[in-house]
Design a protein around this ligand. Structure first.
Ligand code: GLA
Length: 400
């Protein structure tokens, strides 16, 4: 009798397994250790980062997740439970999660669908339910799940296993699929996780590729071009993830501003990847620009699109709630560009969101989101300069 009951309960859990819904109605915002610290992580860094999240104003701007990436792991115990590296995390993960929660923030962790992580630490393959239980007990709120060492695994199946394991463990955890776009996660990821990586790894340059031999990492513009065609797959609770940000990691201020603006136009998760304990004034200003963040976090949840390219000057539009729009001019060339913009010449009809702009019929107020000033209306010709590797980002609000 007991056996039958257990089998029924187990089967019901499988049948009714799902992802935890509504954990990411807008793109997740936070920080992750990988881009700047790689495997050099410990509890001191994570605690100090949580402190800095509050003191820098990032928490106030909406950043909430403090995520430790690869290499936090120690060994599995005799029962198979994973433990953190005792030298790097001597107080344990529960204490770390408690500390982060005490700051009003959330805690993220990293694992891998294969038998080892990309950094060679124990992966979750064969331990999915046990790991999910352990994360739930620690108080984890976000899991980034990587794709190294997954020979002979089916991606959708492997991610479904972890999704179901998280659901059975009972603690709502944002599930971030890090499969690099190899198996088109945008086709099946919506019911599996809350965000999925669309590309290989980002690197801290605007327009370069770094060849590591067996794999490559990509500058911001390369990653941007790889997003082509994917916007129809994203929306509230299921986002395309063009990777964590490189703002503050060595590009010029203009390039950082362009990178951040474009991630906001793409409704991308805003996961900072720099050392937020030591930020320049410019980096803080970029990462905490609330008006630009509001474009990313708009409740409509529509990813922006490229309207045109002329001599390396791209024009991007993103529909917002309440019939507002953002337009972002991105100068990819090495020279300053001057634009003469006649709004009526632009006919915007977005098939995906079913939204249109006819500038002959509707006049918009224009606000420059970086200088934070209202700069006129769309019934007049508009002239502006955009510096090399920089943007002009404007919010358009219909005149009542
Ligand atoms: C992969 C991921 C990165 C990072 C590293 C960690 O390359 O794509 O984002 O998590 O693994 O080893």
């Amino acid at each position: 009798m007991l056996k039958t009951l257990i089998i029924i309960c187990f089967s019901l859990t499988i049948i009714y397994s799902q992802k935890f819904e509504r954990l990411a109605q807008t793109p997740p915002m936070g920080w992750n250790s990988w881009n700047n610290f790689a495997c050099d992580v410990d509890e001191k860094l994570i605690r100090e980062t949580a402190d800095a999240m509050v003191s820098s104003g990032m928490k106030d701007a909406g950043y909430i997740y403090v995520n430790v990436d690869d290499c936090w792991h120690g060994e599995r115990d005799s029962l198979g439970f994973i433990h953190p590296d005792p030298a790097r995390f001597p107080s344990g993960m529960k204490a770390l999660a408690d500390y982060i929660h005490s700051k009003g923030l959330k805690f993220g962790i990293y694992s891998d669908a294969g038998w080892k992580t990309c950094g060679g630490k124990p992966g979750s393959r064969g331990y999915e339910y046990q790991d999910a239980l352990q994360y739930a007990k620690w108080g984890v709120d976000y899991l980034k799940y990587d794709w190294c060492n997954t020979e002979a695994l089916n991606a959708e199946g492997a991610y479904l296993t972890m999704r179901n394991a998280l659901y059975s463990a009972g603690r709502p955890i944002v599930f971030s699929l890090c499969e690099w776009g190899n198996n088109k996660p945008w086709d099946w990821g919506k019911n599996v996780g809350h965000l999925w990586r669309t590309t290989g790894d980002i690197t801290n340059c605007f327009d370069c590729v770094v060849d590591h031999g067996t794999w490559k990492s990509w500058g911001v513009m390369y990653i941007l071009d790889m997003q082509d065609g994917l916007r129809i797959h994203a929306g509230p609770d299921h986002w395309n993830d063009p990777d964590m940000m490189e703002v503050g990691n060595g590009m010029s201020v203009s390039e950082d501003r362009a990178h951040f603006s474009i991630w906001c136009m793409l409704a991308a998760p805003l996961i900072a990847g720099n050392d937020i304990r030591n930020m320049s004034k410019e980096t803080i200003e970029i990462l905490t620009n609330k008006e630009v963040i509001a474009v990313n976090q708009d409740s409509l949840g529509i990813q922006g699109f490229k309207y045109s390219t002329e001599d390396s000057l791209e024009t991007w539009f993103k529909p917002l709630s309440k019939d507002e729009w953002t337009v972002c001019f991105l100068n990819r060339s090495s020279e300053t560009r001057t634009m003469d913009f006649v709004w009526e010449d632009y006919k915007i009809a977005d098939e995906f969101s079913k939204r249109e702009i006819n500038f002959e019929e509707v006049i918009f107020n224009i606000r420059d989101l970086w200088i934070k000033k209202n700069i006129g209306t769309t019934d007049k010709k508009f002239s502006a300069q955009v510096k090399s590797h920089d943007v002009l980002m404007l919010r358009l609000t219909p005149v009542k």
